[in-house]
Design a protein around this ligand. Structure first.
Ligand code: HEM
Ligand code: HEM
Length: 181
């Protein structure tokens, strides 16, 4: 809890995952509308979604590992306690859902009848398909996606408020240019 900004690894992972997760949320919602006939196209987009999702999952683990082993900036000065608590709660929940998404996606898919393919390469089947488990995990996946979207909306509203109203330099804390390590 020393400096006033995040280190460069956190900055890099934050923006990489922001881009990756927003695109992946969009892809997930869009691909649901692809017709099942003719066969092939829907499966190809689903496989792409699964493959990107697994890569994002690794980045999320890396980010969480980095977060717990490195210091983070001190709380933003001149900010009421309730806002600091709300920010911490929102950030914490975003981490929970960021992790739950690839996990529920991967486990759900590995309980389905379709083998998980990583950029075209079939991965070994971990267990036999269980449709009931698959459908519960699909519900979890869908719920966590919408929950992350809702938290992201709050996150963006808070950033806009800091930038446009408070003008307290919050965005600089997550800026590459201002990071020195
Ligand atoms: C899917 C997209 C995003 C996710 C999941 C996300 C998640 C997070 C999380 C978890 C933190 C807390 C970092 C920590 O202390 O470990 C954070 C901080 C931050 N995010 Fe995002 N973010 C996203 C997109 C954005 C976008 C689009 C912006 C700007 C327009 C933004 C601006 C910031 C800023 C300025 C901070 C630092 C806040 C502070 O110093 O307290 N984020 N983000
Ligand atoms: C890392 C982040 C991920 C995000 C943000 C994400 C997001 C989404 C979203 C928004 C949907 C549409 C929700 C719905 O209406 O059901 C979806 C569906 C789906 N996702 Fe993901 N996903 C991620 C990772 C994964 C992974 C790693 C897999 C599998 C290896 C996966 C497999 C699926 C499948 C099969 C569907 C279709 C619905 C279902 O059968 O559950 N996702 N995803």
């Amino acid at each position: 809890m020393t400096d006033q900004r995040y280190d460069r690894m956190m900055v890099l992972l934050h923006w990489l995952l922001a881009l990756g997760l927003i695109s992946q949320l969009g892809l997930g919602l869009w691909m649901e509308g692809i017709p099942k006939e003719p066969p092939g196209e829907r499966a190809a987009w689903f496989n792409l979604h699964k493959s990107i999702g697994m890569v994002l999952g690794l980045f999320i683990l890396w980010r969480m590992g980095w977060r717990v082993t490195h210091s983070v900036p001190a709380d933003l000065p001149d900010t009421p306690g309730w806002q600091q608590t709300a920010a911490k709660l929102n950030h914490g929940l975003m981490y929970v859902f960021m992790l739950a998404l690839p996990l529920s996606g991967f486990l759900g898919s590995s309980f389905s009848q379709y083998p998980v393919k990583f950029f075209g390469m079939p991965l070994p089947r971990l267990w036999e398909p269980v449709p009931e488990v698959k459908s519960v995990l699909s519900e979890v996946h869908e719920f966590t996606a919408f929950a992350l979207l809702a938290l992201l909306a709050l996150h963006l509203l808070a950033v806009c408020w800091h930038v446009a109203v408070k003008r307290d330099g919050l965005l600089q804390r997550m800026s590459w240019r201002n990071s020195d390590t």
